[in-house]
Write a protein that binds this ligand. Structure first.
Ligand SMILES: O=C(O)[C@H](O)COP(=O)(O)O
Length: 197
């Protein structure tokens, strides 16, 4: 069995135009200590991440603890449902994200569809599953691309799941070869209440 821990990043300030580089808030940094603690007993073979700063920062503590470096992947960055050069009310974004789970070729102007996001992220998942077969990987990620990846392996993971996740959050995925056989949330119930949705 191969284990992948999907770690959604901790709280980050919403700074328009800085999607790639915005880091964690003070509360976010505090939360990363709990992330590291949650994973430190595990035997970990690799720590990989979206190339975005907030995702890297969330898993770098566990990488340091294990004597590993964070391997970043452009193909694991967050899925933008719309272009990053304009703003929209939150409800419109939510509606668009919900629709994108029903229509894999839908996105708002300048955005990325479900199909496009899977086309660039799933090959990396397959590469990781092959390179670290029967090993354990920690993967720093984001709410939407994490759900897009899970949706590929099990279509029950969709809009409701996306809405339910917290920042940070941790899911343990168990794969047999390239087959997803189990998903469990390992972020502690007591910790969930302390951090943001
Ligand atoms: O995980 C996510 O939902 C994305 O990275 C967006 O995070 P944000 O709430 O910090 O914009």
């Amino acid at each position: 069995m191969t284990i992948i821990y999907l770690v959604r990043h901790a709280e980050s300030p919403h700074l328009f135009g800085q999607e790639r580089t915005r880091g964690l808030t003070e509360a976010g940094w505090t939360a990363t200590k709990a992330v590291t603690k949650c994973l430190e007993e595990e035997q970990i073979d690799a720590v990989v991440s979206s190339a975005y700063t907030r995702a890297v920062q969330t898993v770098e503590g566990i990488a340091v603890k294990k004597g590993l470096t964070v391997q970043t992947y452009e193909g694991l960055i967050e899925r933008p449902i719309k272009g990053l050069d304009y703003k929209l009310p939150e409800q419109e974004l939510f509606d668009a994200i919900e629709r994108s789970f029903a229509d894999p070729d839908y996105c708002l102007p300048g955005g990325e569809t479900m199909r496009e996001a899977q086309d660039r992220s799933i090959p990396i998942m397959r590469e990781l599953l092959s390179n670290y077969k029967d090993g354990t990987i920690v993967l720093g990620t984001h709410g939407t691309i994490m759900t897009v990846i899970l949706h590929y392996f099990d279509s029950n993971y969709a809009f409701d799941f996306w809405k339910s996740t917290t920042k940070p959050d941790i899911y343990k995925l168990t794969f047999k070869e390239e087959q997803l056989v189990d998903v469990s949330r390992v972020w502690e119930a007591s910790e969930q209440t302390k951090f943001v949705r």
